[in-house]
Design a protein around this ligand. Structure first.
Ligand code: AMP
Length: 198
């Protein structure tokens, strides 16, 4: 079940969506299409976007599409990654001394998390917010965009973790698998209780 902290709703008018995704493009063109659609959908939905601040790979595509659609895009990047990952033209940037501060800020500044295909950094970010949700640190929705079944193996692993007795069944309710951008954006609106755009 997806739910959000009711206190957040009172404090913020524009929900901020944190996007985790690859600094690579992946091989399938579908990954790029979905990244564009997610960025455009964030803007069209009236959301702002928080992300890791880089211009590479799917991250850069989502951020550019969101900014071009008129969304406020907030990058949060540790100083040591700044030179490696570059920046998109449109974003506002917070530079943190370390990765851990970046993660803390991303969690604090966001109302929901969208996870798109990516590599180890993306997995790390997913597990960071999922483990914090498991511990009750936050109740923000985590929506995993399962493009071309990319996250099937992750879902299988997490189900096995429950079946083998290493996690409680509730962990399977901490994230929602969406099979594409439309389903992901719909799940996001439902979880945040944002009405559909006219
Ligand atoms: P990747 O999915 O490996 O392409 O990484 C996506 C983004 O995640 C990178 O651009 C980094 O900004 C970020 N990242 C990489 N490694 C880590 C990590 N250990 N913890 C948190 N974020 C990371």
């Amino acid at each position: 079940m997806l739910s959000r902290n009711p206190n957040d709703a009172m404090e913020k008018k524009t929900p901020a969506i944190c996007v985790f995704c690859g600094s690579s493009l992946g091989y399938s063109p579908r990954f790029r299409e979905v990244a564009r659609d997610i960025g455009a959908g964030i803007a069209a939905g009236g959301f702002s976007m928080v992300f890791g601040g880089g211009s590479n790979g799917l991250m850069g595509i989502v951020a550019s599409a969101a900014a071009q659609g008129g969304a406020k895009v907030q990058g949060i990047i540790p100083a040591f990654l700044q030179a490696l990952e570059g920046l998109t033209a449109e974003e506002q940037l917070i530079i943190t001394p370390h990765m851990q501060e970046r993660k803390t800020l991303m969690l604090q500044m966001s109302d929901a998390f969208l996870v798109l295909p990516g590599g180890l950094g993306t997995f790390d970010e997913f597990f960071e917010v999922a483990t914090e949700a498991q511990l009750g640190v936050h109740r923000k929705p985590i929506i995993v965009v399962n493009v071309e079944g990319y996250f099937d193996a992750l879902d299988t692993m997490l189900r096995a973790t429950v079946e083998k007795g290493f996690a409680k069944p509730m962990i399977l309710e901490l994230y929602h698998l969406a099979d594409g951008p439309e389903a992901a954006l719909l799940a996001l609106r439902e979880a945040l209780e944002v009405p559909a755009q006219a």
